[in-house]
Ligand binder design. Structure first.
Ligand SMILES: CC(C)(COP(=O)(O)OP(=O)(O)OC[C@H]1O[C@@H](n2cnc3c(N)ncnc32)[C@H](O)[C@@H]1OP(=O)(O)O)[C@@H](O)C(=O)NCCC(=O)NCCS
Length: 185
């Protein structure tokens, strides 16, 4: 057993006096609010968004469907879970199977701040503004719940995500090191 440390940034945003109107997605995309009956769809979107990504090294459960299903169940059971911050992105084209292609969740932490969990968009749907829109939906959910500030943690090498967060107004407030146990066979 070995321990690896991953450098991550805590980034925060002030939610007051901010225009959080989400842009419009292209035709075929739908933003679906949380409902417990959709848990498996949320888990599938999470799995398809994170599989093979660097965060699987930090949170191995993101790398398989069962792990994502477990994680969704845990998040939804947390006392601070806020349904209004928790969204699924789907894509459908006539005659084709509905795709679950993005998701985000949010909780209120013990200090009363909003904590964004696992924003993800499946690779073939990236770079069209969908991650930005999904994050706006989550931030609006925090506002509706009366929260004034929100934060997230991001792996220091995750340039695409950090650019997105900075563009929306998140600022880095702290560097943290996440310890992860690794087993060598
Ligand atoms: C981070 C992540 C959620 C971003 O999702 P996304 O849908 O690609 O985000 P956006 O499309 O809003 O923004 C990405 C880029 O597309 C650009 N873009 C936005 N709309 C666009 C459009 N209509 N046409 C072309 N480009 C566009 C943005 O300007 C941005 O460019 P930049 O990277 O040069 O700054 C996605 O890369 C992802 O899921 N990564 C893996 C999981 C992960 O690491 N999540 C973060 C955990 S903290």
């Amino acid at each position: 057993m070995d321990i690896m440390y991953f450098k991550r940034y805590r980034m925060e945003i002030n939610l007051t006096d901010r225009d959080l109107t989400p842009g419009r997605a292209e035709e075929g995309y739908r933003f679906v609010p949380w409902s417990p009956a959709q848990l498996d769809a949320f888990a599938e979107a999470k799995y398809l968004s994170f599989r093979g990504e660097m965060d699987v090294n930090v949170f191995p459960c993101l790398g398989d469907f069962d792990g994502c299903q477990r994680l969704m169940r845990e998040i939804a059971r947390k006392p601070g879970f806020i349904a209004a911050t928790t969204w699924l992105l789907t894509y459908s084209q006539p005659g084709q199977r509905l795709e679950c292609c993005g998701t985000v969740q949010g909780i209120r932490d013990a200090a009363g701040l909003g904590a964004i969990q696992n924003l993800g968009i499946a690779p073939e749907h990236r770079n069209s503004g969908l991650g930005t829109i999904l994050l706006f939906h989550a931030l609006r959910g925090f506002c509706r719940a009366g929260l004034k500030r929100a934060y997230l943690e991001v792996t220091a090498q995750n340039d695409a995500a950090i650019r997105l967060y900075r563009r929306l107004g998140f600022v880095t407030v702290k560097t943290v090191y996440k310890a992860v146990e690794t087993v060598y066979s």
